[in-house]
Design a protein around this ligand. Structure first.
Ligand code: FAD
Ligand code: NAD
Length: 471
């Protein structure tokens, strides 16, 4: 039997960060990984998807500026884009990340791990063996999610793409059907259209990106349509059949034939085959945690979870944030050090509730942090939405001819601080951190007037939002 202070289950970005912080706090740590160290993000999610999207954005930026436009008349070189994507996915090899684990003093145990009662993890190792690890202080579950596929006749036999194939495909399908209206659907429709696929986007609901401000999905849908994507709202797939190409039966009675179909229909937490029943939790459900990472409903204060598997915020940077905080908490509790549990304190993941930033790398980009107007109103806050057309900002009009975009700030009228900010437009991704700082810092609008944006940058949107609020 192997004994460590901490056993981390899952070596994605969250598990790596949690392991590193626990080790830096003086503990011995084993990290159990069933596939590749680095997790979904490195090989089948953030990195390859953004590598697929970046060439399209670079080309579109140039094509929107007279003078540069004339220099970018050809199509993207799909083979070169896919090769660059491969290198960002490290050719699906994890040597670099394993070297980092070794240098950080963390013990890697390869294999599929399962909880096996209190403080125990049983690992099925690749050589067919079984290794039981025990944890003196904590087990941390960081196993992430898997793609969710709906129950549809014929789907399993039709070999649909999930986010994995959509980010790793070595060929560009001539016709691609995309099912879903969330972030994966919008980004992957953008990416594959830019590489030459005829894309049909089948959205069950009435809008794209429904968790964000409504104008975000509207601007992205308009632009997808202009790029040639056939965007169909209020459309559901009822049956799937593959005989060479794939044929989708749609609820309106029509059929659609494509070479590949991507189901981008959400995620399920990776707890189905994790032995969670052995500690009294329900398989297939997210592991709910408190703000220090402790699993709710498990006695003894030894089981932690972080990242996507908790369902708190399905984003790499939020998982890493939780990993940093919860790893430190585990080390502090083991050493008997006092925790700082006040909101925004060192030992609690307050930002998960108040200030989650996200960039959707479509064209236009969507960058948002904190609450939308609808969420703030649902919480009963006294708020006002301040809107501004980004195209009217001097820096934006220099950035692109006919710049199209919009910004919204959600102002807490009682405190005159910001609860949320959304920017939609080309090149807004790098603006987002300014908004995150304003929301996390609860900076009064009266003080924001003194944060002077450089002229002529897109950041002048801050000044315009403040002027619009003042009236
Ligand atoms: C297409 C796509 C694009 C995305 N783009 C972005 C983006 O641009 N920015 C962003 O912030 N987020 C993005 N995300 C979300 C991001 O990928 C996740 O939030 C992030 O990967 C979560 O990290 P994690 O460590 O919690 O889980 P994961 O990255 O899923 O890692 C979990 C690890 O646990 C391992 N594991 C699971 N079960 C076991 C077991 N029983 N035993 C041993 N090991 C196990 C898995 O093999 C995996 O390596 C994207 C997601 C998708 C699908
Ligand atoms: N740039 C980024 O930050 C980025 C990129 C990709 C993914 N992610 C994260 O990954 C997570 C997963 O993204 P996602 O797009 O897979 O999930 P999602 O929950 O954002 O969207 C799922 C979509 O599928 C639809 N859907 C669900 N079941 C369906 C069905 N049976 N038939 C038709 N449509 C159905 C939903 O209505 C929704 O539009 C998100 O939380 C997202 O934040 C982030």
């Amino acid at each position: 039997m192997d004994e460590f202070d901490v056993v981390v289950l899952g070596g994605g970005p969250t598990g790596e960060n949690l392991a590193e912080r626990a080790h830096a706090g003086g503990l011995t740590v084993a990290l159990v990984e069933a596939e590749l160290v680095g997790g979904e993000c490195s090989y089948w999610a953030c990195m390859p998807s953004k590598a697929l999207l970046r060439p399209a954005a670079a080309r579109a930026d140039a094509a929107r500026v007279a003078g540069a436009r004339e220099a970018v008349t050809g199509a993207l070189d799909a083979a070169a884009v896919l090769r660059r994507r491969d290198s960002f996915a490290s050719d699906w090899k994890d040597d670099g990340q394993v070297a980092w684990l070794n240098s950080a003093g963390i013990t890697l145990v390869r294999g599929h791990g399962r909880l096996d009662g209190e403080r125990r993890v049983a690992v099925d190792t690749p050589d067919g063996g079984r290794r039981v690890l025990t944890a003196r202080h904590a087990v941390a579950v960081c196993t992430g999610t898997r793609a969710a596929l709906p129950e549809l006749p014929g789907l399993a036999d039709a070999r649909p793409w999930t986010s994995r194939e959509a980010t790793a495909s070595q060929t560009v399908p001539e016709r691609l059907a995309v099912v879903g209206g969330g972030v994966v659907a919008a980004e992957m429709a953008t990416a594959w259209r830019s590489l030459g696929s005829e894309v049909t986007l089948l959205v069950r609901g009435r809008r794209l990106l429904s968790k964000l401000e409504p104008f975000a999905g509207e601007l992205v849908a308009d632009s997808l349509r202009e790029s040639g994507v056939d965007v169909r709202f209020g459309t559901s797939v009822t049956e799937v059949r593959r005989d060479g190409p794939v044929t989708l039966a749609l609820d309106g009675g029509e059929t659609l034939t494509a070479d590949e179909v991507l189901f981008a229909t959400g995620r399920v937490p990776a707890t189905a085959d994790l032995g969670v029943e052995s500690v009294g939790l329900e398989a297939g459900r997210p592991i709910e945690v408190d703000d220090t990472g402790l699993a709710v409903g498990v006695e003894g204060g030894w089981l932690y979870a972080a990242g996507d598997v908790t369902g708190r915020a399905l984003l790499t940077h939020q998982g890493k944030y939780q990993g940093r905080i919860f790893g430190t908490v585990i080390a502090d509790r083991a050493a008997g050090r006092e925790l700082d549990l006040a909101p925004w304190g060192r030992s609690v993941a307050t930002a998960d509730r108040r200030a989650v930033p996200q960039v959707v790398f479509t064209d236009p980009e969507v960058a948002a942090v904190g609450l939308t107007l609808e969420e703030a109103q649902r919480q009963g806050r006294r708020v006002r939405a301040v809107d501004y057309d980004l195209g009217h900002v001097a820096g934006a009009s220099l950035y692109a001819d006919g710049y199209r975009g919009r910004a919204r700030a959600v102002v807490d009228l009682d405190r005159e601080t910001l609860l949320g900010v959304t920017f939609v437009g080309a090149g807004v991704a790098e603006l987002l951190h300014s908004a995150t700082v304003a929301v996390v810092g609860e900076i009064p609008l009266a003080r924001l007037w003194h944060a002077v944006p450089a002229y002529p940058t897109i950041s002048e949107i801050w000044l315009r939002l403040l002027e619009t609020y003042r009236g």
